[in-house]
Design a protein around this ligand. Structure first.
Ligand code: 3PG
Length: 320
């Protein structure tokens, strides 16, 4: 009689390399946590912080997983990485990753939605309060209480902005064609159905749209001109969604308007020189740069990479 061998699940014992390549490093505690997740998953962590793209290319060649932030992952990187199976953008926006190339190379790309949203939302108010208190120069400023705030896109960041704004007792409305009115209403937010109304009826507009083919340069002269007297546009999303020539022209024509943004526009020097009191830009993208956000997004990214390498986890895949 033939021996009845017990059946075993196939266990993948192959140690793979997972590269974390971040020009803007995670907080040390986040790196420690990422290392733990990677090593507990049976893999090896390769860390390239503050490196160039070439450093990423050199390091990725024998890696199966890659974790990045806003770091560019394009054809050159995919071509250099024949063993790469998964890229996770530790954050929300994945406009830095060439999705078509990823798909051509058979690589799964995921983001970590919501993990750094509170940090970005808090910075919106950090920048805004600094502006309306005249950067604490001793002169009289204004308050947020009772003022109108329009949120352009009601995703994870937009929702956190709304929650905080309600704490300031602001009147909050939001535009998002992908979110049902009932969802906003349940949060105490007034749904808006036209982008023109959003810009026309709110003293403050906070931008949270992604940068893609539909949205690039979409915040243009027409919208900016609609803003009420003394209006402020806050951009903690991407500089690419603003038409920067239009922005300069409207700031020139409307001496009452303000623009504050998390990361400098291409024409920052011109805007800062001409409109010093009415613009503010972070020198480096700072929205998600908190220990908490780094830990949340970094650990989520590490867990997603390990789970993908183990059993094909793809819940947050963006190149389907
Ligand atoms: C995001 O898209 O998650 C934010 O813009 C944060 O980007 P960062 O990781 O480069 O700080």
């Amino acid at each position: 009689m033939a021996t009845a061998w017990p059946t075993f699940k196939t266990i993948n014992l192959k140690i793979m390399k997972i590269l974390v390549a971040t020009e803007k490093p995670f907080a040390a505690a986040a790196v420690t946590g990422i290392r733990e997740v990677v090593e507990q998953g049976g893999h090896e962590l390769v860390l390239v912080e503050k490196g160039t793209k070439q450093d990423m290319i050199n390091a990725v060649k024998d890696c199966a997983g890659l974790i990045v932030r806003s770091d560019k992952v394009d054809k050159e990187v995919f071509d250099a990485a024949p063993q790469l199976k998964v890229v996770v953008r530790a954050g929300a926006g994945y406009d830095n990753i060439d999705l078509d190339e990823a798909t051509k190379h058979g690589v799964c790309v995921m983001n970590t939605p919501g993990q750094n949203a509170n940090a970005v939302a808090e910075l919106v108010f950090g920048m805004l309060i600094s502006l309306i208190r005249n950067r604490y120069n001793g002169t009289s400023g204004t308050e947020l209480k009772g003022k109108t705030l329009g949120i352009h896109a009601y995703g994870a960041v937009g929702r956190n902005v709304a929650r905080i704004a309600k704490g300031f007792d602001m009147k909050v409305s939001a535009l998002d064609p992908f979110v049902k009115d009932e969802v906003m209403e349940a949060d105490g937010i007034i749904p808006v159905h036209s982008v023109e109304d959003l810009y026309k009826n709110n003293q403050y507009v906070s931008l949270h749209i992604p940068a893609n083919d539909q949205t690039r340069k979409s915040v243009n002269r027409t919208l900016l001109e609609l803003m009420p007297k003394g209006g402020t546009l806050i951009n903690a999303a991407r500089k690419e969604v603003i038409n920067e020539e239009d922005l300069a022209a409207v700031l020139e024509a409307r001496t009452d308007l303000h623009y504050i943004a998390d990361v400098k526009p291409e024409n920052a020097a011109e805007l800062e020189e001409k409109f010093a009191d009415r613009v503010f830009f972070t020198p480096k993208k700072m929205g998600a740069q908190t220990a908490e956000a780094n830990i949340n997004a970094g650990l989520a990214a590490a867990n997603q990479v390990v789970a993908h390498l183990k059993d094909g986890f793809n819940r947050f895949q963006v190149n389907k």
